[in-house]
Ligand binder design. Structure first.
Ligand SMILES: Nc1ncnc2c1ncn2[C@@H]1O[C@H](COP(=O)(O)OP(=O)(O)OP(=O)(O)O)[C@@H](O)[C@H]1O
Ligand SMILES: [Mg+2]
Length: 272
């Protein structure tokens, strides 16, 4: 079920699969059940957040799937030399390569809806970093997002939406903006060109707002099952308890949180 992809088949992603100012990490891409995934190792709490976020957003927003690797799977990846370096002592997961999705697999099939989805979801799970290095486009204008390392109000004091949106700077919610563009050719021209900024391209403000309202209700309904999802996954520990409390609190304020998000992202966007 695991194999090395043909380097030629993934070469087109050379300049996309990388962090800001860092070299490409295509050597971390593997095939798993015929799909492309990026291998990531992290600490246990990070893996919980990544996997929980992906499950909560699955089939509601365009969030990359995750797969948490067992120790024996890690061993297999190491022994069969599918990856150059594997640390058997650290938790690891796969995140489905955004560029590998086909449009039929995604719930939100237009730019305005997909951006609405990422911003609603990031607000409600208090995910901080929806910037240009944490999403990629398929078919030139459909974003799929990933990287939930700073989510579930991880930074102290970020639970209340008023706090969450008061912090500004790269990745912080007070700096999130939508930017109107006319044509999909503009996206590839602008995407990542200025570094990890927090702008999100949209075509149509009204379509974006209407998608925000529809998706908010869907995400809220899914978040109501957070405890059930956590229990089905067998997740336990202090971080899991903290996340459960965060999601209970969000339930009480979610509509006002989304209103605040809209006010912030539409400020000076040229979309008024
Ligand atoms: N699912 C994915 N699909 C496509 N590219 C991805 C995916 N996940 C990560 N990447 C690429 O790898 C880069 C680094 O990954 P990611 O953003 O998850 O890690 P990070 O920003 O270093 O955060 P962390 O410190 O949490 O690992 C991203 O900027 C992106 O280019
Ligand atoms: Mg990132």
């Amino acid at each position: 079920m695991f194999s090395k992809p043909d380097p030629v088949s993934i070469n087109e992603y050379q300049e996309e699969v990388k962090n800001y100012n860092a070299p490409p990490i295509l050597n971390q891409v593997i095939l798993f059940y015929e799909k492309l995934w990026l291998f990531k190792q992290s600490d246990p709490n990070q893996v919980i957040k990544e996997d929980l976020a992906s499950t909560l957003g699955n089939q509601i927003v365009n969030i990359a799937d995750t797969y948490v690797l067992s120790r024996s799977e890690l061993k297999e990846l190491m022994q069969r030399k599918i990856l150059n370096s594997v640390d058997l002592e650290r938790p690891a997961f796969l995140t489905r390569l955004a560029q590998d999705y086909k449009i039929d697999e995604l719930p939100l099939k237009s730019l305005d809806e997909a951006v609405a989805g990422e911003l609603v979801f990031s607000t409600l799970i208090r995910r901080r970093d929806p910037h240009e290095y944490n999403h990629s486009y398929i078919e030139e204008d459909i974003p799929v997002f990933y990287d939930h390392g700073v989510s579930f109000a991880t930074d102290g004091g970020m639970l209340l939406a008023s706090d969450f949106f008061s912090h500004k700077g790269q990745g912080f919610a007070g700096s999130w903006r939508v930017e109107m563009i006319k044509d999909k050719a503009d996206i590839k021209k602008l995407w990542r060109k200025l570094g990890p900024e927090d702008r999100h391209f949209i075509y149509d403000k009204d379509k974006f707002i209407s998608a925000v309202n529809i998706i908010t209700e869907k995400v809220k309904e899914r978040l109501d099952s957070t405890e059930e999802i956590i229990s089905n996954k067998g997740m336990i520990g202090a971080e899991v308890e903290r996340i459960t409390e965060v999601m209970k609190a969000v339930k009480l304020s979610y509509l006002a949180d989304i209103e605040l998000m809209l006010k912030i992202v539409l400020a000076n966007s040229g979309a008024s």
